[in-house]
Design a binder for this molecule. Structure first.
Ligand SMILES: Nc1ncnc2c1ncn2[C@@H]1O[C@H](COP(=O)(O)OP(=O)(O)OP(=O)(O)O)[C@@H](O)[C@H]1O
Length: 619
């Protein structure tokens, strides 16, 4: 009577003190047939028998039977689920949960999540349409529903992760409900039988770069779901799955290694195009939040359409993309909403160690507090009138720290397997912080008193392993016996992981010259800080693999020239005559001038400045 597929009715029921127990006795479930088989288990159509002294009912339900997990991990999962069960039931855009059950599988017990049975999914609907794609108005409408569902899940501190059209179920009002409410997230830290760990956090075609190796390229965060959202909308609009036809390895290569993005179709409303472009930023911090996406989709859904075609007028919003991941997107710059009284300073650019000239000040007025690119009034000591400053050029400072700063974890115990240097992702006004560290799948949460500012790293800097690091976290290049090579930072991931190239290493075609580096294990090297001539030369050698062979060739030629001159003058003296010396000198002078052209000019200049040529050629 109460549980007949009527979530609205149930929402009022669960609010009563007589709270339902999420655990369902497996003997009350009768599996009828399998509806589908997914990466996280099978879904069955089943009946759930419910009875009490005044009713006796059978309800049609969907049972998601998860793959077996280690028996000792079952209680861990159950505690997480039971903690969230009632909260999930209050979410209108998340599938209605009947409960959870543990049935004895062939080898080990299996967790079954019992859900309301829905008639179909967005994926099913697309499969029935010509070309397998939805009209733009439908895609926008489902997009709004999906964004709401993801937002609701985020409000509970959970990530959806497994977002794809078959997991977007449709209720009787054709509204989207999330069929997977974050099962991969609830499984974090639980051991799966599948040795391919990359599969456990989502479905490959829809996975964000950091989702493949969250401990290395992570953390996974709310913006990870923005990527999955973008993939779903793309599939709805084109009828083609992102990376269709590629193997799992090829998708990994495209998304993670080559840092490719799926192609967007033409003709989208500008706000939608802009937000979808942002969803496919490699650095998750540059992606829009689900609230931004919802705003763009809601505003475009209500715009003018003609036979499903966008006929909106007005200027196109310029694509808000970062160039080569080297700068911040507007999504990044406007994530923090400034308030009157906040301490602010000019924002540091990601690849520039120089802070901008505007010093620390206090926000005394908001000109347009709802506009993404609004202005604030900042009072700066020593300047009479407040300055009017664009919010995207400012960063909020709390306890001396701002989002984006490099931080060092002060951990007296020190027994951790994650790096102790990372990047601050957010700092609340009350001092609560979240930090990305290598070795952690999700953001580390703590207090700002546990952190200290660390020296920043920048793209383009040269780094080498610290002297006390003998077994680095990731493989590193050896130059010669006992000497570690120096590498150049080419990218910095959101957890502070450095991607380093070794320009001094000769690389065969197709060989990878990209290495991951823990920032806690390296130090910055520059020409100015190399103390000895030999160090300076070695630093020059690390700029390009050709330096050493050129130096050797140069040395050999110098030696030959020297031998030739000596031989010539000795011969001349023996002959007590001569005449060819002047001509020979002229020829040599010309040759040496020509040889200097072989060296890259900055390397040649450095060598000339430091006089390193002679000792090197002798080696
Ligand atoms: N509560 C439900 N009611 C009706 N159909 C459902 C329900 N939950 C899932 N399904 C359907 O069952 C099928 C299999 O779902 P399942 O989630 O196992 O597979 P998947 O979506 O392909 O993969 P994954 O395991 O990664 O989620 C899908 O077509 C899905 O739409």
């Amino acid at each position: 009577m109460l549980y007949e597929g009527d979530p609205e009715h149930l929402r009022t029921v669960v609010a009563t003190p007589n709270l339902p127990n999420p655990q369902i006795n497996p003997s009350l479930l009768k599996l009828k047939h399998r509806i589908g088989h997914g990466l996280f288990g099978d879904v069955w159509l089943a009946t759930h028998h419910q009875s009490s002294h005044d009713y006796d009912e059978y309800h049609e339900v969907a049972v998601k039977m998860l793959h077996p997990i280690k028996e000792e991990d079952i209680p861990k999962f159950m505690v997480r689920f039971e903690d969230l069960f009632l909260k999930f039931r209050k979410l209108p855009s998340v599938c209605w949960l009947h409960g959870i059950s543990i049935i004895s599988g062939k080898a080990s017990p299996q967790i079954c999540i019992i859900m309301k049975f829905y008639e179909g999914s967005v994926g099913d609907r697309m499969a029935k349409l010509k070309g397998g794609k939805l009209s733009l108005p439908d895609a926008l409408r489902y997009g709004v529903g999906l964004a709401k569902g993801i937002h609701e899940v985020h409000m509970l501190g959970i990530l959806a992760l497994n977002i794809k059209p078959t997991n977007l179920l449709l209720d009787e009002h054709d509204q989207v409900v999330l069929g997977d409410f974050g099962i991969p997230f609830l499984l974090l830290g639980v051991q799966l039988p599948d040795p391919d760990m990359s599969l456990k956090l989502g479905s490959p075609n829809y996975m964000a770069p950091e989702q493949w190796e969250p401990e290395i390229r992570g953390p996974i965060s709310v913006e990870t779901d923005s990527w999955g959202f973008g993939c779903c909308i793309l599939e709805m609009l084109t009828g083609v799955q992102p990376w269709f036809g590629k193997s799992v390895g090829e998708i990994y290569n495209s998304v993670v290694v080559k840092q490719e993005k799926p192609q967007l179709p033409n003709g989208l409303p500008p706000a939608v195009e802009n937000v979808l472009n942002g969803c496919f930023e490699y650095d998750l911090r540059n992606r829009p939040l689900i609230a931004d996406i919802l705003h763009a989709f809601e505003s475009s859904r209500d715009a003018v359409f003609n036979d499903g075609e966008w006929i909106g007028l007005g200027s196109r919003i310029s694509a808000d993309r970062t160039l080569g991941g080297s700068s911040y997107s507007t999504w990044f710059l406007t994530k923090d909403h400034l308030q009157v009284g906040d301490t602010v300073r000019s924002r540091k650019m990601p690849n520039n160690c120089k802070n901008m000239a505007v010093p620390e000040g206090t926000v005394v007025g908001l000109e347009k507090d709802t506009d993404r690119c609004g202005f604030v009034l900042v009072r700066v000591q020593g300047i009479h009138n407040p300055l009017r400053v664009n919010i995207t050029t400012l960063e909020r400072v709390t306890s001396g720290l701002s989002a984006g700063d490099w931080v060092h974890l002060l951990d007296p115990n020190g027994n951790r397997n994650h790096s102790f240097i990372g990047i601050l992702h957010s700092i609340d006004r009350d001092g609560a912080v979240s930090v990305g560290f290598i070795g952690l799948e999700t953001l580390w949460k703590g207090r700002c008193s546990q952190l200290q500012m660390a020296d920043p790293f920048f793209v383009g800097q040269f780094v080498k392993l610290k002297a006390n690091v003998f077994t680095p976290r990731f493989p590193w290049v050896h130059k010669r016996e006992g000497i570690w090579a120096t590498g150049k930072i080419t990218q910095i991931l959101p957890n502070g992981c450095l991607i380093v190239h070794f320009p001094g290493k000769f690389v065969f075609k197709g060989e990878c010259n990209s290495y991951l580096v823990d920032p806690a294990e390296v130090e910055h090297v520059s020409f100015d800080t190399c103390s000895t001539l030999v160090d300076k030369y070695q630093h020059v050698e690390d700029h390009h693999w050709a330096v050493r062979p050129l130096m050797i060739a140069f040395g050999v030629l110098t030696a030959m020239k020297f031998g030739f001159i000596v031989g010539h003058s000795v011969g001349a003296r023996l002959k007590k005559g001569g005449g060819g010396g002047g001509g020979g000198q002229g020829q040599d002078g010309q040759n040496s001038g020509g040889k200097s052209k072989w060296l890259p000019s900055h390397v040649a200049n450095m060598l000339a400045r430091e006089g390193t040529v002679t000792p090197v050629t002798a080696r």
